[in-house]
Write a protein that binds this ligand. Structure first.
Ligand SMILES: Cc1cc2nc3c(=O)[nH]c(=O)nc-3n(C[C@H](O)[C@H](O)[C@H](O)COP(=O)(O)O)c2cc1C
Length: 212
């Protein structure tokens, strides 16, 4: 299977950081589902996993994980704070022992290849083993796109508030944009996201100069 073209086809393009629900199993085969960010670099996927999570414990003892693609935010809430209910969301395990999210748009089976150990977390590099598309066009969640949309909306208001001389509101919205820029710098600094944020900041500086 040409995993690169399948990842491209579902919109999981090179450099993108998405949110997903990751299924893992512990040493006894007990399933766990947790929201984890997944970044694609070339044909590899990367996860930064904090050591205080069950996902970390499971991935220390097991090499395989299953990345469930869904944009259902209720599932993210359940997987984060309602562990008992999260188990009910899972389907029967595959031959490899990993249970997919029953209602996933798609799932990606990955195998741990390498990892870097930091104090509080590890960054694991995964090889893609298999991709199963369950629904027409899988809907990916990425904070990068949300951060851009929020920043664009705020920028349109900044322009209006500058014209009105409402500096308090301008300051508040600039603060929010800088928060989104921090997110983008951290998780998706490459094109087009980092470039759009730089351009937005440049435009805002110009509007401010013109309104003096
Ligand atoms: C959208 C979203 C993304 C998250 N991304 C990560 C991540 O990349 N790495 C991580 O360690 N925790 C991440 N978390 C936090 C874990 O999901 C959370 O600590 C969870 O309780 C861990 O579950 P577990 O102990 O069953 O593994 C994220 C949470 C949310 C809601």
């Amino acid at each position: 299977m040409d995993v690169l073209s399948v990842l491209d086809e579902i919109g999981f393009i090179d450099g993108l950081h998405i949110e997903a629900l990751v299924s893992t199993i512990d040493e006894e085969g007990m399933a766990n589902l947790a929201p984890i960010g997944v970044r694609r670099i070339g044909d590899k996927l990367y996860m930064k996993i904090y050591k205080d999570t069950q996902t970390y414990t499971n991935l220390v003892s097991r090499d395989l994980a299953l990345i469930n693609i869904t944009d259902n935010v209720e599932y993210y809430y359940i997987a984060t704070f309602r562990d008992d209910e999260a188990i009910i969301l899972l389907d029967h395990p595959l031959d490899n022992g990993l249970p997919p999210l029953r209602d996933a748009d798609a799932y990606i089976v990955v195998k741990k290849e390498d990892f870097e150990d930091y104090n509080e977390f590890i960054i694991i590099k995964f090889k893609v083993i298999d991709i199963q598309i369950k629904k027409g066009f899988p809907r990916l969640i990425t904070r990068c796109k949300n951060a851009i949309i929020e920043s664009l909306i705020h920028a349109t208001r900044i322009r209006v508030f500058l014209e009105r001389g409402d500096i308090d509101k301008v300051t508040r919205l600039k603060h929010l944009i800088s928060h989104y820029k921090d997110i983008i710098n951290r998780i998706c600094p490459s094109k087009p996201y980092g470039m759009i944020m730089d351009d937005l900041e440049r435009m805002i500086r110009e509007w401010e100069k013109n309104s003096d």
